[in-house]
Design a protein around this ligand. Sequence first.
Ligand SMILES: [Zn+2]
Length: 165
Amino acid sequence: MEYTRSREEIRDLATGLLNSAGAGGQLPVPVDKVIDHLGYSFEYFQPDTSTRSIAGAVSHNEKTVYLNSEDTARRQLFTLAHEIGHIVLHLNEGSDDQDFVDYRKPGPKTSKEKEADTFAAEILMPEQHFINAWKKWTGIPSLVAASFGVSEQSVKIRARVLGLR
Ligand SMILES: [Zn+2]
C-alpha cells in the first residue's frame, strides 16, 4: 500500500522550495530558478513517432528534465513543475526505477502521478496568490490563468480544490 501525501503536506513542501529557491512572491513563478536550485536543468526534445505521446520525463542520472518541444508553453510549464514534483517527492523512494516518463493520456493515475500533479499546482499557483488573483479577476478563468502562465483547466481545478467555486 503506497502512502499518499495530503495536499497540505505537498503545499508546505512546495512553499518551502519556492522560498529557498528565492522564487516566492514572483508571478508567474520562475520555475527555472526552482529547477536550478535543485541542481537540475531542462531541455526540449523533438518528438518522433515513438515519443510523440510523451509530455515530459525526468532522468536523475542526467539531472535533466525533458519537455516535448511541440507542446504549448503553458503545457510545458505544467509538465516541468510536475517533473519537479517527482524530483522532490519521489527521488528516494525505494525502487531503482526512479526516472519518470509522463505520457499525455487521460484516465486513472497512480498515486505518484497524482502527487506530482498536486505539487505542480502548488508550485505554479501558490495558494494565497491564487486566492488574491481569483478575487482580482472575479473568478474569470482565462484572466487568472494568464497571470500564472497556466491553462484555464488548471485554474478551474485549482479553484475547486481551494473551495472557490
Ligand atoms: Zn509523472
